[in-house]
Ligand binder design. Structure first.
Ligand code: NAD
Length: 479
């Protein structure tokens, strides 16, 4: 590993104050890839101070929007220039196939910076026709220091979704990247320096959630926290941030329904159901982890889906031909295997039993539970692995009640050739994203986020600009 392993604070890579490090492990081999500096409260404090200083400095504060735009674009270019290297880092750290990291994670991260590069020069206020002889107008201003806390499943991409709009709006950032996958974020920090962002605009401080993450959320000089991760930690962040009333946006977990009607293009639906749960090893917030089948199409769908799923074998993530890698960590593998046992105990039918593959590396096979009930834990709780719960429905009212019966509301898929039915159902499902005859499509232009306990705030698109700016109303008496 040639990339940086120290904390990036104020433009300089440095050890943690404590001198402590933690191991970043390749989940496919269980080998240590690198020992990474472990940030704790004193390092977070230094990083916040560096970010505050950078925010107040003229070279960032007064930088012309078009200059900021060029920096973001340059960063996108640097990501693409180093795409092969970044994809290998991501694959070694997370266990996802190179096929995914090279073709999806890295180019999408670059695309997010390109997209928000365009926004820098388009962040505008309004003039408002108030009564009386006044000029009233609004300014859209950055918050200041943004604390960004990200998960391990799309390490670089999740940083990009937050960092790109935060910088486009003129904020500075402290990134607390996930402890399981710190390497791509550190390399990104180095690329930010190379792109020419002033020192302290981007600070990268990997460390544990309980220590570094909590210190960032409770720090009085952080203006905003943008978090992606589990719903449990999201709640903890809201509680901790309440003390300083930080602005908070949250992208949390999901238990998303993928719904197939009998009139669907069945081959397309099978592909959508398969990718919906097995892409990214199922460690995907919007995984289609509940497959709802209209009764009359159940057997046909299951035959085809099982045939496809049986052929999916986990393998070496660095092999370009591999389509399923290793789960991110031992803890995650145990959680997933634990849910398979729960499904069996609950009486769901394990038509594909899953299970670990080999003894080295955290490889597990796909698991599919048929005849699941909407109330079962495997149909209610986020498993975050390649485990699919299959449910059936008789009519749309029954379906809507079941699909909306979890605490989550991140995404949903609908497969039907009946346009009216699809659009009507799209309105009735409580989810921040609905795909019709598609599953999992995402783009920097289109908002993403959750209903209910899947979070609040919308990332991407113009909504990303709202998340990283605050509005000031200015009144001018004209006489
Ligand atoms: P996690 O919540 O355990 O950790 C996420 C991040 O929060 C990590 O950086 C961690 O160190 C930090 N953290 C943990 N405890 C903290 C605390 N008390 N204070 C501050 N920070 C703390 O989640 P994870 O296991 O890394 O990621 C998986 C979860 O992320 C899943 O639930 C998944 O659905 C969710 N996710 C959601 C989206 C989305 O867009 N909605 C995207 C990706 C992942």
């Amino acid at each position: 590993m040639d990339g940086p392993t120290q904390l990036l604070i104020g433009g300089k890579f440095q050890d943690a104050v404590s001198g402590k490090t933690f191991a970043s492990i390749n989940p496919a081999t269980e080998e240590v890839i690198a020992d990474v500096a472990e940030a704790d409260a004193p390092d977070i404090d230094s990083a916040v101070k560096a970010a505050r200083t950078a925010f107040n400095k003229k070279n960032w504060r007064n930088m012309a929007a078009r200059e900021r735009s060029r920096l973001l674009w340059k960063l996108g270019d640097l990501i693409m220039e180093h795409a092969d290297e970044l994809a290998i880092i991501e694959t070694m750290d997370n266990g996802k196939p190179l096929f995914e990291s090279r073709n999806v994670d890295i180019p999408m991260a670059a695309e997010t910076f390109y997209y928000y590069a365009g926004w820098c020069t388009k962040i505008e206020g309004e003039t408002i026709p108030v009564p009386g002889n006044y000029l009233n107008y609004t300014l859209r201003e950055p918050y200041g220091v943004c604390g960004i806390i990200t998960p391990w499943n799309f390490p670089l991409l999740m940083v990009a979704w937050k960092l790109a709009p935060a910088l486009a709006c003129g904020n500075t950032a402290v990134l607390k990247i996930a402890e399981e996958t710190p390497l791509s974020g550190l390399r990104l920090g180095q690329l930010c320096q190379e792109a020419g962002f002033p020192d302290g605009v981007v600070n990268v401080v990997p460390g544990y959630g309980e220590t570094a993450g909590r210190a960032l959320v409770s720090h009085p000089d952080v203006d905003k926290i943008s978090f992606t991760g589990s719903t449990a930690v999201g709640k903890e962040i809201v509680r901790t941030s309440a003390e300083t009333l930080k602005k908070v946006s949250l992208e949390l977990g999901g238990k998303s329904p993928n719904i197939v009607f009998a009139d669907a293009d069945i081959d397309a639906a099978v592909k959508g159901a398969f990718n919906g749960i097995f892409y990214g090893k199922g460690e995907v917030c919007n995984a289609g982890s509940r497959l709802f089948l209209e009764k009359s199409v159940h057997d046909r769908m299951m035959d085809k889906l099982l045939e496809k799923a049986r052929r999916l074998q986990p393998g070496d993530p660095l092999d370009p031909k591999t389509r399923m890698g290793a789960l991110v960590s031992k803890a995650q593998m145990e959680k997933v295997l634990g849910y398979v046992r729960i499904g069996l105990d609950e009486g769901a039918q394990a038509v594909l039993p899953g299970g670990r593959v080999g003894e080295r590396g955290y490889f597990v096979k796909p698991a599919i539970f048929d005849s699941a009930e909407a109330t079962m834990r495997i149909a209610q709780e986020e498993i975050f692995g390649p485990v699919l719960s299959v449910l059936t429905f008789e009519n749309v009212d029954d379906l809507v009640e079941k699909t909306n019966s979890t605490i989550y509301g991140l995404a949903a898929g609908i497969w039907t050739r009946d346009i009216g039915k699809a659009h009507t159902l799209a309105r009735r499902i409580q989810a921040g994203t609905v795909w019709i005859n598609a599953y999992g499509s995402l783009s920097a232009e289109s908002p993403f986020g959750g209903y209910k306990q899947s979070g609040f705030g919308r990332e991407l698109g113009r909504y990303g600009i709202d998340l990283y700016t605050q509005v000031k109303s200015v009144w001018v008496a004209l006489d």
